[in-house]
Design a protein around this ligand. Sequence first.
Ligand code: ASP
Length: 332
Amino acid sequence: MPGDIVVAALGGTIASARPSSGGVAPSLTAQDLIDAVPGLPPHVEALSFRSLPGSSVTVPDLMALHELLEQRFAAGAAGAVVTQGTDTIEESAYAMDLVHRGPQPIVVTGAMRNPMTAGPDGPANLLAAVTVAGSPLARDLGCVVVFADEIHPASRVRKTHSTSTGTFVSVDGGPLGYLVEGSPVVVNPRAARHTLPRPASRPRIAVYTATLGDDGAPLEALAGAVDGLVIAGFGVGHVPAGWTPLIDSLCARMPVVLATRTGSGPVLRHTYGYPGSESDLRRRGLISAGFLHPYKARLLLQFALAAGANPAQLTAAFDVAGQVSSSERWPF
Ligand code: ASP
């Protein structure tokens, strides 16, 4: 119905219940989640799409959901809420953000405490998410994560704690806004939106983290199984000096993106100059991820390769998405 908010359920802790034996597992429908929220606005459409833990959601699941949501938007829906397992929200929200061109917001939420606990956070998160999805303030924000009364941009939000209800943090700048007395307030503008077509293929991209004393042999073995790599380097983008011959051979075979394993802050470009430093790696052909977290860089590389990006377009895309260069233009 025009003006509706679609609530699409993918599973996760928010939708989990206890079977006769064993631990909780996703089984509740979108309508069950809606029915558990007192005070939810009318005109909410329930869409039970998947019943999966966050760890089993796939990019094709998300792209199929996005296609369905676009049909609802074309029919007049004002926005959408996606409920899913928090384990992969930081990736799924970014994946949908990368392909979502319309002005209608897609708001992702979930819960850390399941509905069988004394104080589940799912109903409050769902109410906040529906409120944001129906707000004019959320138009043109793309995909956001609403959790614990905070509004986070998909491009920066991270799950930072395995159990805390305050697990979601927008690194490098803080949340876009908050819910104050039940109403959204936006305090930070979101960075410009950059989108790509929904990927028709799925190039295999791995994230490999540099660790103390690694001789690079596992990276070499991994490289045979992938179409592209994101290296999560030390600090501002460093790897052991002994990796440099391997880096040269990797760069000759596939795109390799350099991110930081620290979890926040940018990869630098020209501060350090020794073998394995950020400037050395850039000279050898690595693409800088800038501020983009390795998990998000992996999705951007996958979607850009699926869109047929050439090396210059990949570099430009990461310059823009990683917010390290204002001179580059988004190449898609
Ligand atoms: N702990 C997760 C959650 O909050 C489980 C999952 O991702 O399904 O939903």
